[in-house]
Design a protein around this ligand. Structure first.
Ligand SMILES: Cc1ncc(COP(=O)(O)O)c(C=O)c1O
Length: 376
């Protein structure tokens, strides 16, 4: 019996994708597979999305895009976060991977890579509409457009997209969204006045498909909902949205022992049994992505694990490789399997499901089911 596994249901991803497409209407849906597809396995998820007819995959890093190409993916990919001198830019251009540009240096580096590769590079100009991360400031957009147009005139660049990212896409009624949308529309108008009219305008993410359908434009970049988690508690649980969580983390109890009242557990003795109980040892710790804070939850909200159909709390400090659960009167022997859901964990320790699933570490093997059973 394996110590632990993350079971990934590729059929859940297919069904989530289909729901997102329905919501997107005429807009295309990009499958965001960065960060190892939010911990679900980038190549396997990409393959599933492509088999369902997905045109666009999205990643943060050029190296992630190149890894997809090396795994045999030949479709459209956009990579949006890179730094001067990134060693993968030339490979990206050669491999026909789209790159986001926010600054003059990025335009210059893409043009140089296109010259070296002897082919035009496809770019998406990112505009900072208010998230204040990457993206050209609207005031600097005309200068960037002028630089881009030199590359276009020389046959070294094509502008496939103009895009931006929302600060509160998952929050119904958020004022920032109407503000960002107005700034985005103005940026598109400025680009058009400079003769740049891209095929794709994209602004929204998963949450916006539920909270702000007016942000769909031509393409919506979806990550978290593809994996079946709710983009935000305010929108409801996954089931309320018609989503199916794709990952289930399971582990096998490594040890079970009875303890007497007053017995303290794990580093720092931060938890002690108030009465006689039975403890179970889960062979997963913070090196596997179990938040250390799960051992010290906010008052009144123990972080729970499902064991033999019941929910039992984690007790004491989570260690690097293991943590302890209080089984109470539950009759569970070593070898009993347990599981828990990302959203409940996130709520209990005050974070978001995104953080829980992306942190499940590489020591935890992924077991695939559905959609052709994963890796081939
Ligand atoms: C630029 C960009 N677009 C889209 C996404 C997907 O967002 P979500 O997972 O909320 O759908 C992300 C994720 O962080 C992102 O960074």
């Amino acid at each position: 019996m394996s110590r632990a596994a993350a079971r990934i249901d590729l059929d859940a991803i297919r069904s989530n994708l289909s729901l997102l497409r329905e919501r997107a209407g005429d807009a295309d849906v990009m499958a965001v597979v960065k960060a190892d597809a939010y911990g679900h396995g980038m190549v396997e998820v990409a393959r599933t999305a492509r088999a369902e007819g997905t045109t666009w995959l999205g990643v943060a890093l050029p190296s992630e895009a190149c890894a997809l190409r090396r795994a045999g993916d030949s479709g459209r990919i956009l990579a949006w976060l890179w730094t001067p001198g990134d060693p993968c830019i030339r490979e990206c251009v050669t491999a026909g991977i789209d790159l986001s540009v926010s600054s003059p240096w990025a335009v210059d580096e893409v043009i140089a890579a296109a010259q070296a590769a002897e082919r035009a590079a496809s770019i998406h100009i990112k505009v900072d509409t208010g998230l204040t991360r990457n993206g050209v400031l609207p005031s600097d957009l005309p200068e960037l457009l002028a630089r881009v147009q030199v590359g276009v005139a020389d046959g070294l660049l094509t502008v496939e997209g103009i895009w931006s990212h929302l600060a509160d896409g998952d929050t119904p009624g958020a004022e920032s969204v109407s503000y960002q949308r107005a700034v985005f529309d103005e940026a598109l108008a400025v680009a058009a006045r400079h003769g740049v009219e891209p095929r794709l305008r994209h602004l929204g993410n998963s949450g916006s498909l539920f909270a702000h359908p007016d942000c769909r434009y031509d393409l919506v970049r979806t990550g978290i909902a593809l994996y079946g988690l709710s983009p935000a508690g305010v929108l409801g649980r996954p089931a309320d949205l018609g989503l199916t969580p794709a990952m289930t983390l399971t582990a096998t109890l490594a040890h079970v022992k009875p303890v007497t009242p007053g017995t303290s557990v794990s580093y720092g003795w931060r938890w002690s049994a108030e009465e006689s109980t039975t403890l179970g040892l889960v062979p997963l710790g913070y090196a596997d992505g179990i938040p250390r804070a799960a051992g010290a939850p906010r008052v009144g909200q123990p972080v729970e694990v499902a064991v033999a159909g019941a929910r039992v709390p984690i007790v004491g400090t989570v260690a690097m490789d293991q943590c302890v659960v209080d089984l109470g009167v539950l009759d569970a022997a070593p070898g009993t399997a347990g599981e828990w859901t990302a959203d409940h964990w996130a709520d209990a320790i005050g974070t978001i499901g995104y953080e829980i699933i992306t942190r499940i570490g590489p020591r935890v093997p992924r077991d695939y089911s559905g959609a052709g059973e994963g890796p081939s």
